[in-house]
Design a protein around this ligand. Structure first.
Ligand code: 0PR
Length: 399
């Protein structure tokens, strides 16, 4: 059993897990919550460098709390939130070149990926899903749930979906080509425009959970190489996209969205919901959190394109700095970072990761190729990077 599971079972052991007959005071509850909170790692400490989660912007937190009780699953009772949802979807669509933006605010990219696959299955009536080896594991959840046939294909030398493998896999039973704009491990972008040229009537889904709030701004700054352009709805064959405000959008959890091109049959997921205020339910979740919608609306309106441009500029500068410092420690990047994700080769990333954890640093790793992985989120500041590098240098000597 890993250390986290052991500590979880120890901490639960001996605690009264039944609901008390008589409740405890607010102070006692607060104390218990403080205790729980003190055992969480604080994102804003900058010590978590292997997670895509962000410290939400204060305006998002405030908005989230104000809308905490309304349920978007019954939208007739919260028309105000419904309006905010539509506005967020429009802003997101605008960011990724979707004309007439349409879509839903969901719990995150897992739900968006599942929903997109469900739609593709219903529309095409086919069974195969082609996806690159670099796709997030949520693709397997979707495939298992819908009993689709997985067609996992390889990557090219740049760790992007292999067009040769794709060509060899396309046939008339393909329901979807699943592509990634911002891979979880390396932050690279599949050649989606080229995929579009190769498929004819097969829907392309883009998982831009992470990249959706990075790539548009890199493009605007001229910091995205030409070969990565054409990853969004500017490619005609792209029919759906997952994009997560709770990652680089600085919104609160759970904030995800599924965007769909107009003209796609929207009725696919709909079921009658006669006893609610709207006769049809379009999303996988019934009850839907409004707080996160308000949070995403607040931070996206407040920061605007210029605000996010600054966020992305700053994380990219820190990524470049980290790359330089790691090179000085003889650690070479697996790819030149496209976004604020940096993986560097190391023969024993597990040991390094464990020892860094003992020093209070939470970095990540990948297996193929063996490498340490850093995600430089906006809350990871320069001082934290320098402190981490000091400990890393000591750890590297011992491994
Ligand atoms: N697609 C991509 C490209 C992702 O990177 C992720 C999550 C997902 C889909 C799924 O998104 P949701 O988890 O929002 O449904 N990538 C991170 C990961 O699995 C999510 C994450 C990060 C979760 C940090 C927890 C955490 O502490 O690593």
């Amino acid at each position: 059993m890993n250390r986290l599971l052991i500590s979880l079972s120890l901490s639960l052991h001996g605690r009264a897990l039944l609901m008390r007959k008589t409740g405890v005071s607010r102070d006692d509850v607060a104390q218990r919550l403080d205790d729980a909170m003190s055992r969480n790692v604080d994102l804003s400490s900058g010590r978590i460098m292997g997670s895509m989660c962000c410290s939400p912007h204060p305006i998002a937190v405030e908005a989230h709390m104000r809308f905490v009780e309304s349920n978007l699953g019954n939208p007739g009772l919260c028309e105000g939130t419904l309006e905010l949802e539509n506005e967020v979807i429009k802003m997101l669509g605008n960011l990724v070149n979707l004309p007439d933006p349409y879509g839903h605010f969901l719990s995150g990219a897992t739900e968006a990926n599942i929903t997109a696959m469900y739609i593709a299955k219903k529309i095409t009536g086919r069974r195969k899903v082609i996806f690159p080896r670099s796709a997030h594991f949520s693709v397997h959840k979707a495939i298992n749930l819908m009993n689709m046939e997985p067609v996992k294909i390889g990557l090219d030398d740049d760790h992007r979906l292999s067009l040769d493998d794709l060509e060899g896999s396309l046939d008339d039973d393909v329901a979807m080509v699943f592509t990634v704009a911002g891979t979880t491990e390396l932050g690279t972008v599949d050649p989606i425009r080229r995929v579009g040229e190769m498929v004819s009537d097969v829907p392309i889904h883009v998982d831009a959970a992470f990249g959706g709030f990075v790539l548009p701004f890199l493009e605007e700054m001229g910091r995205l190489e030409e070969r990565f352009h054409g990853w969004d709805f500017s490619v005609d064959e792209v029919s759906t996209m997952a994009i997560d405000p709770h990652k680089m959008g600085l919104a609160t959890i759970p904030s995800g969205a599924l965007l769909k091109r107009q003209g796609l049959d929207m009725g696919t997921l709909a079921v009658p919901s006669p006893y609610l205020t709207m006769p049809i339910s379009y999303t996988l979740s019934g009850t839907r959190a409004s707080g996160a919608v308000a949070g995403a609306y607040a931070v996206m309106s407040h920061l605007g394109r210029e605000g996010y441009l600054e966020v992305v500029r700053s994380v990219m500068d820190e990524t470049t700095y980290l790359k330089k410092r790691l090179r000085e420690l003889s650690m070479e990047p697996v790819i030149d970072p496209v976004m604020n994700i940096l993986a560097v080769h190391h023969h024993d990333p597990i040991s390094v990761q464990e020892r860094m954890r003992e020093h209070g640093w939470f970095i990540s790793r990948i297996e193929g190729p063996k490498a340490l992985r850093f995600v430089i989120m906006p809350q990871v500041f320069r001082g934290a990077l320098d402190d981490m590098l000091g400990d890393l240098e000591r750890v590297l000597k011992a491994v």
